[in-house]
Each structure stands twice: as C-alpha cells, then as structure tokens.
Ligand binder design. Structure first.
Ligand code: SAM
Length: 617
C-alpha cells in the first residue's frame, strides 16, 4: 500500500473546458461524471517509499526515477521540490506496442579473431531479436482518465511561474488539449507548436502525408520566455510591425510620410511551425529507443523556457533526451520512466555526457519484469490453469480457468500500464459486479480478482456482500505474490586474480534463464514460420559460456551493500566495442575487467536489461 496519499493541487480550473458539450453529443468522454476519477483525485497521489539505487558521478540534485509519473510527483511534492519546466511525450494511445531490438554481443573469443582480421562488423551481421518495451494500447476513455490524473499530478509540482510542453500527435492531441485547458487554465495556453519532422515520403495513400506532431505549451504568470532565433540562408526584407497604442492593435510601422517601413533581416524569430529533422539513421545521438525525439527539439524548448540552473523534468523520459539536453545546457534535471530500458538508456547516455545524478526507485510493491508490458505477458504464464481468449469472456478479463467441476472462472488482473487499476476499490468492484458480470455470455458461479493493493478491505468485503445480486463467489488474490516469482536472477561465474598493480575480474560463464526462454521461443517461432513460408531460418545458438549475452559489467570496490557506486565499468556496444567508464574505445571486450582496488560487488546487465548483482565474498 502507499505510505500515504498526497493531495493534488486543489481544484482544476472550473468552467474552462467544454467537456459537457462532448457528453451531450454522445462522444462519451465522461470523466467529469466518472466517480472513479473524481474519487481518486480526491484521494490524492500515492506516495511510496523511494530507494536510492545508484549515484553516478558526484552527489547532486539531478534525479533519474524509476516509477510511475504519479508516484514520482507524490515523492517530489513531499520533498518540496518545484519544477520550472516540464516536457512530456507520453504514450499517445496509438494502439502500438513498442519494441526494442536486442543485439547479441561478440563473444570475447570470437572478438579476438575479428580483431586479428581487423574486420569491421556491420550491424546487419549481428543477430538480434525484439523485446517489448512499452505498450500504448488504450481505450480512449481510459487513456483520458489516466492522462487527467497525470496532468493533475504534474501541475502539483510545478513552480508558480512554470511552463509545460505536452507532446502529442494528431489523433489524440485535440482530446488532451481540452484536459490541458481545464488543468492548466485556458488563459495560460501559449502555443500549439507543430513539429514538422519530415520523416517519411509517403505516396499513394489517398491522403496527405502525416509529418507533424503537436506540442501544447502552457505557462503560468511570470514565466520565462526567450525568443529563439534562426539564421536565414539569405537575408530577406520584412514589414515592420509594432503595437499601435492609440488603436490598441498590432499595426504596420510607418515613417513620417506614412510609408510602411521594411527591415532587412538575416535571421528570424521562431514561430509555431518547427522544422526539425528526425534523428538520422547514423546519427551519434541515436539511443535505439523507440519514439526517441531529437536533441534539437529539446534544445529549442529548454533554451526558450528556462534559465541556467533551473529545474527541468520529463516524467515520460524514454531515452532521456530531456535530461541529456538539460544537462548540456547547464540546467538541473529529473528523468522519470516506468521501464527499465529507459532507466538504463538514460543512465548510460548521461554517464557518457559526464553528468552527475542519482538513480532512485519507487517501491510501489510491483516488482516489474523490465516494464509493465513484459510483466503482463509473463503473468499470463504464471497463473496456473489460466487460458487466454476463452469464448464468451470479453476483453475486460485477463482470461479464465476451470474449477474442479469444469465451470468457467473468469480471472481479472489489473492492467499494469494503467496506474488507475493498481488499487482495488469500490468503484472498480462495482464495475466488476454490476457491469462486467452482466456482459458475460456464460453462466458464472465464481470469479477470481487479482489485486495489488486494496483501498479498504472491510469496506470492500461489505460492498461485495451487499451488491452481489447474482451471488457469484468472488475470490480475491494478491498479485504481489505472483510478481515476486516474475523476477529471477541470472547466474554469473567469475574469478578474480590479483595482478601486480590491479585486480583482474574475469567472467567465465553467464547463464540467463530469462534470455534462454526468450531465445527458445524466438527459434521455435522462426522454425514454424520458415516451414510455413518455405524460407531458410538461422536459429540463434548460444555459446557454452554465454558471454555474448552480456551488455555491461560494473565493479563496486567501496561498498558491499546498499546503493550502488561503480568504481569502474565497461559496456559492450552492439558492435562488440568497449565503452570504458563512459568513454568509447575501439577495443573488443576480452571477457575481463580491471580495477585498482579489490572488488566487493559485481554487477552484470544482460542484453535485455536485466541486472544481477553478486557479492564477491
Ligand atoms: C513516447 S515515449 C517517450 C520518448 C522520449 N520523449 C524520448 O525522446 O526518448 C513514452 C515513455 O513513457 C513511459 N511511460 C509509460 N507510462 C508511464 C507512466 N505511467 N509513468 C512514467 N513513464 C511511463 C514509457 O516507458 C516510454 O518510455
């Protein structure tokens, strides 16, 4: 359970939005009438314990937080931290699952041979598979309810003169704009920026190519705004305009003869159409993170809406573009994301940029397997007897099982990508009993409801007793017990040799059940597809020592418990080259890592991002 609930900023700005009109025209965006949301907003943001995981560089105020936006905001509000500039690029309810390509590294033994032949590896030569990173599949109403709560949480930690940029696309932007007006105030709306990214040339689609995203900018009284200027390829003449005090309008500036004045300029101030190219395929800033945004976009936002030393936050941080650019521009930063791949990507990116920061984890009782999406997939295999896609059981249910009398028992599991479902409360139980049970096509005697936290158990039991017209048996099960089984550590064999001046730690064998299962599934699928399509398929074969599954090795020579601090570390990039303590080299990894002091702990990250820490003793 959360330690406590922290109030959101009091009240949204009433009377600004036109949500009532939408309800009247039957477009069912009923969050105003939706007791669930209203109740939650009244209850506040869930505040959980926060564990320091790692300090990178020198102690500083910069933070990388693993956890949900709402809980991160609760933590910041409790700490009295106020943010000057927020940029968010949340999921867009696009209906897509985003995947990360997982590349096998060069096994050190092979790498030696390659180095000898001085052969450069090409990316196409490397074997890879895909891992789900985050899912963006929502019903519009659920999405907007979720977004509303996130926006309220963010507003709760913004400074009185703060700015927020909300990045969305053409499909969902206009729905969220209504929420933004309501939460941040229509009078604080400054611009709708069209980011023209020119990513694709699309032809023969029966419509114009879609090459823009929307960024809504809101800023409170006293906000920072530094107009941005871009150099023109060649000078041009522009009409001069200014404020006509008498008429109280913007008008052409005229000379004493009444002639309009022109001015020749070789630069121009940026307006609300931003032509900024997408990150090129070979660009150095590519972090291989789906939906990664270009640094140039964030440079413009941060330069325009903050001063040095101000605090810039991104609560859906992804690849860490906001934190990276904020650091480059001398601002303090907070990066938050719920997925482990994001936290690792930004950690490595910021380490290479020589930033100082602390990594924190919100202990909300949900030990995720990498990210909510992959955890949901994993859970399906952990619930004994669960079957997915059972006839007559709708999408609300995670699946169904059979009891000893062969009756179908629908199973509800909270959707981990939707924080609103984490706490089982009366509105949710009401939905299950009085709405979802009615829609089932089959006769049901029992249901199983998994929960992470229960708001008020005696109240809930009472509610079930009094509101269960069909007398269906409701079995409540704690999902946390299952989630504990989701995370299994990898197995590392290593030896440490005392050399003349250094300690040499050598990894002799690496075994990862998580990756082996994934690879077996990949090979099985590939084989089946190759049979169906009559095409050759090369399965992935792991070496005996499994060293190609390792992405990062770090040593802590100062502490054997508590927060991690890397005394030294090496990361192996996709091509097999070593990045040593954040510095790129042209050396292949040889299976070893040197340290000046005796290591007390060893950390290994596998290519899918799972980390295992071993004590050297
Ligand atoms: C569109 S991506 C952000 C991309 C980012 N702007 C970049 O340039 O790399 C959205 C991110 O939101 C994260 N996310 C989804 N739900 C979240 C939540 N409730 N709290 C925090 N992060 C969340 C996902 O893991 C994903 O990394």
């Amino acid at each position: 359970m959360p330690v406590k609930y922290i109030p959101y900023v009091p009240n949204t700005i009433e009377g600004q939005a036109i949500l009532d009109n939408i309800t009247r025209t039957q477009r069912v965006l009923r969050y105003r009438e939706n007791d669930k949301v209203y109740d939650r907003i009244k209850r506040g943001m869930p505040y959980y314990e926060v564990e320091p995981i790692e300090t990178v560089g020198q102690p500083s105020e910069n933070m990388v937080i693993r956890g949900e936006c709402i809980s991160a905001c609760a933590y910041l509000k409790e700490q009295g931290i106020k943010i000057d500039l927020v940029y968010i690029d949340p999921p867009f309810a696009s209906g897509a699952d985003y995947a990360k390509k997982v590349y096998f590294r060069k096994n050190p033994k092979l790498a030696e041979k390659i180095a000898a032949a001085e052969e450069e590896m090409e990316l196409e030569d490397i074997q890879a598979f895909e891992d789900k990173m985050y899912g963006d599949i929502w019903k519009k109403e659920d999405y907007l309810n979720w977004m509303y709560e996130n926006l309220m949480a963010i507003k709760s930690v913004m400074s009185d003169s703060g700015s927020i940029y909300v990045h969305l696309d053409v499909n969902i932007g206009h729905y969220v704009k209504i929420l933004l007006d309501e939460v941040f105030g229509e009078e604080n709306f400054r611009n709708e920026i069209l980011w023209k990214y020119v990513k694709f040339q699309m032809r023969n689609m029966g419509r114009y190519a879609k090459n823009t995203d929307r960024i809504y900018w809101y800023a409170f009284e006293g906000y920072v705004f530094i107009p941005q200027v871009i150099k023109l390829d060649e000078p041009k003449k522009l009409l001069m305009k200014g404020w006509d005090k008498e008429k109280g309008v913007i008008a052409n500036i005229k000379d004493e003869n009444g002639k309009t004045q022109k001015i020749e300029v070789d630069d121009e101030t940026v307006d609300d159409l931003w032509n900024i190219p997408f990150i090129g395929a070979t660009s150095g800033e590519r972090a291989d993170y789906a939906t990664q945004k270009p640094e140039a976009l964030l440079q413009r936002i941060i330069n325009a809406s903050s001063n040095r030393d101000m605090l810039v936050a991104d609560f859906f941080g992804g690849s860490g573009v906001t934190a990276k650019v904020a650091n480059d521009l001398g601002r303090r930063f907070i990066h938050c994301d719920v997925g482990i791949n994001s936290i690792q990507t930004v950690r490595d990116r910021l380490k290479e940029a020589k930033a100082d920061f602390n990594i924190l984890e919100i202990k909300d009782g949900v030990s995720l397997f990498r990210n909510p999406q992959q955890t949901m997939d994993k859970l399906a295999t952990l619930i004994t007897g669960l079957q997915k896609g059972v006839a007559g059981i709708g999408k609300f249910w995670f699946g169904a099982m059979q009891d000893s009398k062969k009756h179908t028992v629908p199973v509800y599991v909270p959707d981990l990508i939707n924080s609103q479902q984490k706490v089982l409360d009366i509105p949710l139980m009401n939905q299950i009993l009085n709405q979802e049970l009615d829609t089932l096509d089959i006769n049901i005697k029992k249901i199983i409801v998994y929960y992470i936290d229960i708001d008020d158990r005696p109240e809930l039991d009472k509610f079930i007793k009094e509101n269960n017209a069909t007398e269906t048996e409701v079995e409540l099960r704690d999902l946390k017990n299952l989630l504990h089984d989701v995370v299994v550590e990898d197995d590392i064999e290593f030896k440490i040799i005392k050399m003349k001046a250094d300690y040499e730690t050598e990894i002799t064998k690496f075994t990862s059940d998580r990756l082996t299962q994934k690879i077996n599934a990949f090979n099985e699928k590939g084989n089946l597809q190759s049979i169906a399509k009559g095409k050759a398929f090369t399965p992935i074969n792991l070496s005996e020592d499994g060293l190609e599954l390792i992405e990062l090795i770090a040593l802590d020579c100062d502490n054997d418990i508590g927060e991690w601090h890397s005394s030294t570390e090496i990361k192996i990039d996709k091509l097999g080259y070593v990045i040593k303590d954040g510095v790129k080299t042209k050396t292949f990894w040889d299976g070893k890592i040197l340290s000046t002091k005796k290591p007390l702990r060893l950390k290994v990250r596998n290519i899918s991002g799972d980390e295992t820490i071993c004590s050297v003793s």
